[in-house]
Write a protein that binds this ligand. Sequence first.
Ligand code: GLU
Length: 171
Amino acid sequence: MSDSLHASPVLVLTTGGTFDKVYFDALSEFTVGQAQAPRILEQARVDLDYRVEAVLAKDSLELTDVDRAALRERIEASGASQVVITHGTDTMPETARALADLETHTIVLVGAMLPARMQETDAPFNLGFALAAVQLLAPGVYVAMNGRVFPAESVRKNRTAGRFEEDSPKA
Ligand code: GLU
């Protein structure tokens, strides 16, 4: 276990993805809406010192190197040692690997297969799981999805099966 039960607030950064998507009938498609993490954490009566900051509101397929650099800068400037990032699942492994050299932080990326606004969503469970994981894991960068935790360098999304899996380590 890390020395995680310390005083500095857990930083929750939101970036969009399915986690925050909303369905517009008129367009018959999903778009990224307001970040859902604050509502979920309030509803769950989370009694941990945390703060939520919205950094991006994008489908993760649209994230650029500039976006990932902005995310990194936000983490470095925050002073937080424990960071949860809500993120679209399609490029979560890429972002995790882009942050992998932030060695003094514990960073956990989390997403959802169905939007938080949907009744059958996995978003609240996944966010709660990520919040627990970030307090318990040693410094490093991880993906936490659907009850499993993967190191950044060895995770991939299996789009056909709709789940995350271990992969051979990536540099
Ligand atoms: N393409 C979307 C994204 O990665 C959908 C996948 C998701 O968020 O779960 O943001």
